[in-house]
Design a protein around this ligand. Structure first.
Ligand code: AOS
Ligand code: ZN
Ligand code: ZN
Length: 397
């Protein structure tokens, strides 16, 4: 790594010969940001057991500390998604100042519409108007919190669904959902956005009310231009072509954000890029392609993972690294050449153009960018050498 300069010069020359503007690529890398989730820093588990970790953050302030450490080491994670009520706090002004003193800011606000007996049969779709009103009220409270914290996005994920055929009426639930969301939407500030997350199953096992991107885009189109779709990579049936969904949402101007993670089976929330790195590359390829074609886009990149086996901070750094590296690979796709091959129907060479970028070792570019950003070349190593974990284990027990 120390003598990466030589490797950098070789890579730079190679890319320039291909007509890639390396300065432009580096500029893009420097402005890339990905949000980390507060819930990734605290103890969590599966429905089977929670394996507690020494030193795991116990409250919102400690979660912000850990997120700030990730940002300090990577330079690209300045915001932290908060979850209400898990991150409830009695003085938001104070919390905002605290976050800023650590060098981070609150990001998307995530309402919780699932951990309450009232939501057994749904929240925004519940047959009982009283429950729907309670759910709406909770989101409105979240909007107020977002205003106080200067957060722009409300990330909405619903656990609503049914477990049994006949349990409720699909269309009635759809109507209730639309009515509830309209009410929520009318309370958004002009600069705010509602990000609608879909998921095809779980915790409901027969049907989910916002099961796919089709449902999410219909809702967001009906609501208006402050509503967008949020794509969580773990929320699709196996084999789904996620990059195509991304392309269509981009083309419709309705892609609002991502929840990055990776899956082997279902919503596993595994380390981003750990199971299917090529899929992640193809997703970034669509994003970069749309941007280079001048599409209007404003996308909140967020990680949605909480790990029980790996050290939480290390795993977050690992995910951030995988995302950043994959983005860099998508930035060096030779798009002129790709377009030419597409026009000539030269399928083999078109595909190889993507594979070539995917297989390029872009680390020298990343080292260069990190050096210029003043962050460690190897954030994970820097974390292990920092003594941070030892310190927080002492403090937090
Ligand atoms: C649930 O499966 C969704 O991915 C949510 O986005 C997320 O995990 C949750 O909001 C965090 O509590
Ligand atoms: Zn998610
Ligand atoms: Zn999920």
């Amino acid at each position: 790594m120390k003598d990466y300069e030589k490797r950098y010069e070789i890579l730079r020359k190679m890319l320039e010969e291909e007509g890639i503007e390396v300065d432009e690529v580096e500029k893009k890398l420097k402005s890339f940001k990905v949000e980390t989730p507060s819930w990734g820093y605290g103890n969590s588990g599966t429905r089977f057991y929670v394996f507690k970790q020494k030193g795991a953050a116990r409250n919102v302030k400690e979660k912000l500390q850990d997120a700030a450490m990730v940002h300090k080491l990577t330079g690209i994670c300045p915001t932290v998604a908060l979850h209400i009520p898990w991150d409830m706090y009695d003085d938001w002004d104070e919390l905002l100042r605290y976050a800023e003193s650590l060098g981070v800011r609150p990001g998307a606000i995530n309402p919780n519409l699932f951990q309450d007996d009232d939501y057994k049969f749904g929240s925004l779709t519940h047959p009982d108007k009283r429950v729907r009103e309670k759910a709406i009220k909770h989101i409105l409270d979240c909007i107020e919190i977002a205003k106080k914290l200067g957060s722009r996005d409300i990330s909405l994920w619903l656990a609503d669904g049914t477990n049994h055929p006949g349990q409720d009426d699909f269309r009635l639930r759809k109507h209730r959902l639309e009515e509830s969301l309209k009410e929520v939407y009318s309370h958004l500030e002009p600069n705010m956005r509602l990000l609608i997350e879909y998921k095809f199953f779980e915790p409901a096992f027969y049907h989910t009310d916002i099961s796919d991107w089709g449902t999410a885009i219909i809702l967001s189109k009906k609501l208006g231009d402050k509503a967008y779709v949020l794509v969580d990579l773990g929320h699709h049936p196996l084999g789904t072509n996620i990059e195509q969904i991304v392309a269509i949402l981009l083309d419709e101007g309705k892609l609002g954000g991502f929840h990055f993670n990776n899956k082997k089976y279902a919503d596993d929330d595994l380390t981003t890029g750990s199971i299917n790195p090529y899929e992640l590359f193809l997703i970034f390829n669509e994003l970069v392609s749309a941007e280079q074609d001048g599409l209007k886009m404003d996308i909140a990149y967020m990680i949605d993972e909480s790990h029980n086996l790996k050290n939480k901070i290390e795993e977050m750094i690992q995910s951030v690294e995988n995302i950043f590296r994959t983005y860099a690979k998508a930035l060096i796709v030779n798009r002129k050449v790709l377009r030419k091959y597409q026009e000539e129907q030269d399928i083999v060479m078109a595909e190889n153009t993507l594979v070539k970028a995917f297989e390029t070792d872009v680390m020298p570019l990343i080292y260069k960018v990190r050096e210029e950003m003043g962050v460690p070349l190897d954030p994970l190593k820097a974390f292990r050498e920092s003594g941070y974990m030892e310190k927080v284990i002492k403090e937090r027990g």
